[in-house]
Design a protein. Structure first.
Length: 205
């Protein structure tokens, strides 16, 4: 029987942890997140790109725990706002802003703008304690709606209109969103190569 590889998610988000356990359930891997360990200093996400922040979270966690770690960093880039909110997506309306407050600020900034083009970005980083890492990234293009619609999902999902399905992300089922979304696509790439990733991790440890 193949020995299960321990992989730490650099998050305390229970939803993300559930999603990853489901995604990787067919592989010989045991998923834990930061809540499974003692107090760990928070990572300052001060990178200038999604790539830098994802790597920073994954490599810091791997070094502190001495275990392979996975992190993702994602956000929304809006053409008419010069790429904002970008890496500041989670705190667009302030350091402890709610999803509703972030969406309200975004819609306020978009008032009167004809160009509604936007894209969700996601970067996944898998790091080992020595600091080397693998990176996967994906994007999903859509439009900023005139008003929020739908009750599913989180973040900017209610205002992100996805033309191929003629609905916002918050109007999609979890399965529909995972097939279309930036995070779903990035994790699909990772899953496709996961056997190779496991081999790489074991070679690095």
């Amino acid at each position: 029987m193949t020995k299960r590889q321990l992989l730490v998610l650099a998050t305390r988000n229970a939803g993300k942890t559930r999603e990853m356990c489901q995604l990787l359930r067919d592989f010989p891997v045991e998923i834990k997140n930061l809540d499974d360990f003692g107090p760990i200093p928070p990572v300052e996400e001060d990178g200038t790109t999604f790539d830098e922040n994802a790597y920073k979270k994954a490599s810091f966690t791997a070094k502190v725990l001495g275990l392979p770690a996975l992190a993702d960093d994602s956000g929304l880039e809006v053409d008419a706002l010069g790429g904002a909110p970008g890496i500041h997506s989670a705190r667009y309306a302030g350091p402890s802003a709610t999803d509703a407050e972030n969406n309200a600020r975004l819609l306020h900034e978009m008032e009167g703008k004809a160009n509604r083009a936007a894209a969700f970005m996601c970067v996944i980083s898998i790091a080992v304690p020595s600091g080397v890492a693998l990176t996967y990234e994906a994007r999903c293009e859509g439009l900023i709606a005139e008003a929020p619609d739908g009750n599913s999902g989180f973040g900017y999902d209610p205002v992100f209109y996805y033309p191929p399905l003629n609905r916002t992300f918050a109007q999609l089922s979890a399965e529909e969103k995972n097939r279309a979304s930036h995070r779903g696509k990035a994790f699909a790439e990772l899953k496709e190569e996961f056997e190779k990733v496991l081999t790489w991790i074991r070679q690095q440890l």
